[in-house]
Ligand binder design. Structure first.
Ligand code: CTP
Ligand code: MG
Length: 560
């Protein structure tokens, strides 16, 4: 294994056919290519799932043990990819992906426990590399490049230096989108949970959904997961049957009981998991926890359904309308035009920085609802950038335009439509998005992505967004009228800011950065320690030496 001078870690291995070289890019991935006909959601899920099963996560004292660690691991099999990251600027971690599962199994049989009497002797793929092997290879120092996502300071610098608003939006998307590392870590957590439960439930699977897989995820977004205890179809003809215990007749009670027990297992036995909270009385009972070696916050729910395999999971008739179906729908929509994701990311960032969205659910708008609002707006352009879902179903080859049965088939095939004739750039689209919702009659009308038109609201919810896959439901039922009012107020402010200052200038926040600059009361007293883009007090004009200073506790830079 070598590390080359470019932004790549290179792994080499001698095989019977000679030397094979694979590289793992350590820089941010470039914008994903546009796919018109897309089956690749299922493929992506499957690939990531298998990749996670072939990977281990190793905490080290110093990244400079890399050569030692590689050498040690290669005795068990070919290391296909090696990725390094740091967590909280303290822990150093490597992910090693092997060529096959056998190597991981071999390696695990050779692992031992730390010499400490007070441990629970659990097997997992979260490992430590002994410090006695520390061979500080100084040649690594100049060569090593790790894959930590860009800091807020770096993103801010990029956006300040962009040429125009459209470029700012593209850069924002590129910097914030979930990286390869982010996806690997999320699937690794799912895989770790599966392994923890496989003794009793050998056919269990943990499926990620939501922003971790729907193409609108950010680095540091939470991880939503569903646990299914059995993914194998029962064989009623077998004469040997398992002895089992009776489940509660009430599904909800069974879910609560199972989650409670899983919560205990995670808290007491599974390494890396902390702060387990059992939210069992919610409409959808969940476990919340923090996965420390990855820094990811997780929500785990349970499905009582039985799934055959991954692709059926996403297609299963009884389930496709539920959460994973929506993740797939959003993913496929995002692939139809390269402007869709940068626009969604910008709107989500604007909402976040203006406190319209929050980490926890509540009476405010969710990121999921916001994404649907952007898609609806794109359908409503005079020259649509996205077709109504019923038309996409039609284009997939169905004559009957009723949803959702045909949507199931459509999702299975992947969305397809000819390129849009809309040529508006991102800057125009952003402004039009605000104008569209400034005028939208939220009091009387709701949004239907199925028809691509607004509809008379069927109830008195302040915000009504028809669930595309379960049309009788409102995705934004939770949102209060005060929040809708705040949304409208923030839109008017955004329009005013865009009008006022959307051209690049060298000594102030400009373009979308203005939108991310709320007058956050908590920041006004202490401009030196503001976080993220909440830099209003600091960036209010230019300071004496004609410089802008950014600090967030970890990073700082001066922009002249
Ligand atoms: N969901 C839903 N109805 C809602 C809210 C959420 O069906 N009212 C589903 C969506 O499929 C959503 C998923 O639950 O993608 C996860 O919800 P959430 O974590 O709130 O949204 P994400 O899309 O994951 O966005 P993020 O976590 O980045 O805020
Ligand atoms: Mg989420």
């Amino acid at each position: 294994v070598d590390i080359d001078k470019s932004n790549s870690i290179v792994t080499r291995s001698r095989t019977g056919n000679g030397t094979s070289v694979r590289t793992c890019s350590t820089s941010q991935p470039s914008q994903p290519p546009v796919h018109r006909s897309s089956q690749n959601f299922d493929e992506m899920i499957k690939r990531r799932h298998l990749q996670a099963k072939k990977s281990i996560l190793v905490e080290v004292n110093s990244r400079y043990v890399f050569h030692d660690l590689c050498e040690y691991c290669q005795q068990f099999g070919y290391v296909k990819n090696a990725i390094h990251y740091r967590i909280n600027n303290e822990k150093e971690v490597f992910i090693f992906e092997f060529e096959n599962n056998e190597a991981v199994k071999n390696l695990l049989t050779q692992c031992s426990y730390p010499e400490d009497d007070e441990i629970v002797p659990v097997h997992s793929r979260l490992l430590l590399f002994g410090s006695e092997a520390l061979n500080h290879d100084s040649s690594c120092q100049t060569l090593f490049e790790s894959v930590n996502p860009p800091t807020q300071a770096q993103i801010l610098k990029e956006l300040l230096e962009a040429r125009n608003v459209s470029e700012q939006m593209i850069k924002l998307h590129q910097s914030e989108q979930l990286s390869d590392l982010g996806s690997r870590l999320r699937f690794l957590i799912c895989s770790q949970l599966e392994e923890a439960l496989t003794g009793m439930f050998p056919n269990c699977q943990v499926f990620p959904f939501g922003s971790s897989v729907n193409g609108f995820g950010k680095n540091f977004c939470d991880l939503d997961m569903i646990l299914s205890l059995n993914t194998v179809q029962n064989n009623p003809t077998s004469r040997l049957k398992f002895q089992t215990k009776k489940a509660f007749a009430n599904d909800r009670m069974q879910t609560q009981r199972t989650l409670e027990t899983v919560g205990d297992i995670l808290q007491n036995f599974v390494p890396g998991i902390a702060q387990v909270q059992r939210i069992l009385q919610a409409r959808v009972p969940i476990l919340k926890f923090h996965h420390i070696p990855t820094g990811i916050y997780c929500d785990l729910s349970i499905s009582n359904k039985c799934f055959l395999n991954l692709s059926i999971f996403f297609m299963d008739f009884t389930l496709w309308r539920e959460l994973p179906g929506q993740s797939k729908l959003l993913y496929l929509c995002g692939e139809l035009d390269p402007r869709i994701r940068p626009l969604v990311y910008t709107v989500r960032k604007w909402a976040r920085e203006n406190h319209l969205t929050h980490d926890v659910p509540g009476r405010w708008i969710s990121n999921f609802s916001l994404s649907l609002m952007v898609l609806f707006f794109l359908q409503a352009r005079s020259q649509p950038l996205l077709l109504p879902l019923m038309d996409l179903v039609h284009m997939a080859g169905k004559s009957d335009k009723t949803l959702p049965d045909d949507m199931e088939n459509t999702l299975q095939k992947g969305l397809w439509c000819p390129p849009s004739e809309n040529t508006e750039d991102l800057e125009i689209l952003l402004k039009e998005f605000f104008l569209f919702y400034e005028k939208f009659n939220f009091k009387e009308r709701g949004l239907s992505l199925v028809t691509g038109h607004s509809m008379v609201k069927p109830d008195y919810s302040p915000l009504y967004i028809e669930n595309p896959l379960e049309q009788e439901l409102n995705v934004s039922k939770n949102v209060s009228s005060e929040e809708v009012e705040r949304f409208s107020t923030c839109i008017r402010t955004a329009l005013w800011k865009l009008e006022l200052n959307n051209v690049k200038n060298n000594h102030d926040l400009w373009g979308i950065l203005k939108l991310f600059d709320p007058k956050a009361a908590e920041n006004q007293n202490d401009p030196q320690t503001v976080k993220g883009f909440q830099v209003s007090a600091l960036f209010n004009g230019v300071n004496d030496s004609n410089t802008l200073v950014y600090k967030d506790g970890l990073n700082s830079f001066v922009y002249r």
